[in-house]
Design a protein around this ligand. Structure first.
Ligand SMILES: [Mg+2]
Length: 179
């Protein structure tokens, strides 16, 4: 049984800095045009073949660092891309097939301000230590995890204009080493 801590990976924001200036691709990133089912589903009134592909920026160096981190973590996709992260994102980054968090329906912010993913990740982790990188987590999510998750957890916010940087990976590495 794999008892490494989990590393929950969001795609849009940390790996795809979609909020960077649209006219200027961030340094080190390559541009991809993708039409995952989840994107097509967001255009219910457009025939699938007419849906404009989604522009995705990815940095292959992220794959290198994540493969190194997989000595210390079990990597898990925690993204609205769902299993399509394995189809579209993983191959570009050179990542193997990774486990995926399946989201129940209902993606609204809770009255206490927690992001909809948070309670599902706490349930998924089942007390196992985890780190989580996401552009939408915040203080109420940290409070929720502190109250409802028995093990150590690192909720690491990543700016969707910038994406994951060396400093973020250093924080993830340090968290796993400290366990
Ligand atoms: Mg995101």
């Amino acid at each position: 049984m794999n008892r490494l801590p989990l590393l929950y990976l969001d795609v849009d924001g940390p790996l795809n800095p979609f909020a960077a200036k649209p006219t200027r691709r961030p340094e080190g990133y390559t541009t991809h045009r993708m039409k995952p089912e989840g994107w097509i589903a967001q255009h219910p009134f457009t025939p699938p073949h007419r849906v404009k592909p989604l522009r995705v920026w990815l940095d292959p160096r992220h794959g290198t660092v994540l493969r190194e981190l997989s000595d210390r973590y079990e990597l898990v996709w925690a993204t609205t891309w769902g299993s399509e992260a394995n189809t579209y994102i993983g191959p570009v980054l050179g990542l193997p097939l990774l486990p995926v968090v399946d989201w129940p329906t209902g993606r609204e912010v809770l009255p206490d301000g927690t992001f909809w993913k948070t309670r599902h990740l706490v349930a998924h982790a089942e007390g196992r230590p985890f780190a989580w990188v996401d552009d939408e987590l915040g203080e109420s999510d940290r409070a929720f995890v502190a109250a409802h998750h028995a093990g150590p957890a690192l909720l690491h916010h990543v700016d969707a204009r910038v994406g994951l940087r060396d400093i973020d990976f250093a924080v993830l590495d340090a968290f796993a080493r400290a366990l």
